[in-house]
Design a protein. Structure first.
Lengths: 183, 190
């Protein structure tokens, strides 16, 4: 454990001094941050801006990281907090907007990619249909967070998180079925 | 996918299949908003310092009550301005629930500050109105003093009107934000 914390501190000392190390964080965790953003916001352009805000917030917050939790958990907290602020500011209502089923590109794309993209869109839409509390839990779970880590990000009791996760899975299954039938 | 449950591992792979865009330079509207906030704070500070200068001049000129009231008003405005903005540029690194609670508290403070501003403006206006009335009813008051008290009242009236207009916008924004934050909090914990 001590080694883990020490390794994180050494790593972050580099982060503070070298921009390419910050770039490494974005490379390693940029995907997770982007998916958290997409979970809260539908508009692609707004997502890009929000993503930038989160990167900026991370850049500023990195010195505060003491290694008490995993870096991934720390970053997820910042991303979720930024997204919550965004939702509160913009009064977005993601559950009431129409989903854009159009293909994201005009380029020739192999069928597998289209299929994969459709499956992803379907999953994203199903997750967005969930109530906020369940949405947060399931999206973090899909990112590979354990219930204990999710409780650390969200600030809830791990038992409550486990209960929510069970409910979220049930609702997600129902929503996925419903969306498949709609298509 | 199983009958009674879902395979999170399979869904996790689909979930993670979305790749993020290539990071660009930081050109966020939040940064612009933050710069705007700093600029507004600087302007408010300058106005308060100028007002305090005027107050000191009034005190030196023998207008003790008016000078003291102006000085109190300027310093109170400056204090409230800084207090209302404290923590605005903080990065939220705590748990989502805790940070949301903090945001609610901050917005409640902002809401109270907006009401505080309205009350301060109203009292300042009332005070000057009383001063102007007393001057106008006093037989010993000279024409120059009377004119000056009306000048102060007119200038303050314009300032207070502008301040009320801005404060009412802040008040409405805070009210809406507070409602949304509480709604988010309710949605999150239920």
């Amino acid at each position: 454990m001590r080694d883990y914390i020490s390794a994180n501190h050494n790593f972050l000392r580099h982060v503070l001094n070298r921009e390419d190390e910050f770039q490494k964080i974005l490379t390693d965790h940029g995907g997770m941050i982007w998916r958290i953003v997409r979970n809260y916001e539908r508009d692609q352009q707004v997502c890009l801006e929000l993503n930038q805000d989160i990167y900026f917030a991370i850049w500023k917050a990195i010195p505060k990281f003491k290694g008490n939790s995993k870096l991934k958990t720390f970053l997820a907290r910042i991303a979720h907090n930024k997204c919550i602020s965004h939702v509160a500011r913009e009064a977005m209502k993601p559950n009431h907007e129409e989903l854009d089923f159009s293909h994201p590109s005009d380029d020739d794309t192999p069928y597998e990619n289209i299929e994969s993209s459709n499956r992803h869109d379907l999953l994203m839409e199903a997750v967005r249909r969930l109530p906020l509390g369940l949405q947060q839990v399931i999206s973090l779970s899909l990112e590979g967070f354990t219930p204990k880590e999710i409780s650390s990000v969200l600030g809830e009791n791990p038992n409550i998180i486990s209960i929510r996760l069970t409910r979220a899975k049930k609702f997600l299954r129902d929503d996925l079925e419903e969306l498949k039938n709609e298509r | 996918m199983k009958d009674d449950n879902i395979d999170l591992d399979e869904l996790s792979l689909i979930w993670k299949s979305e790749t993020p865009p290539v990071p660009k330079k930081f050109t966020s509207p939040v940064q612009l908003a933050r710069l705007k906030m700093y600029a507004l704070t600087a302007i408010e500070t300058m106005i308060a310092i100028t007002g305090s200068g005027v107050a000191i001049y009034l005190l030196a000129d023998g207008l003790f009550l008016l000078g003291l009231a102006t000085l109190t008003f300027c310093l109170a405005s400056l204090g409230i301005s800084f207090w209302s903005r404290s923590g605005a540029s903080r990065i939220s690194t705590g748990s989502v629930k805790a940070e949301l609670q903090t945001s609610i508290k901050q917005t409640q403070s902002q809401y109270r500050w907006a009401w505080g501003g309205i009350w301060i403006c109203s009292f300042a206006l009332l005070f000057l109105a009383v001063v102007a009335y007393l001057f106008s009813t006093n037989q010993e008051t000279q024409a120059a003093e009377l004119a000056r008290s009306f000048q102060y009242f007119s200038v303050t009236l314009v300032f207070v009107a502008l301040n009320l207009a801005v404060t009412s916008v802040i008040l409405e924004k805070s009210r809406k934000k507070l409602f949304r934050l509480k709604l988010l909090y309710e949605n999150m914990i239920n």
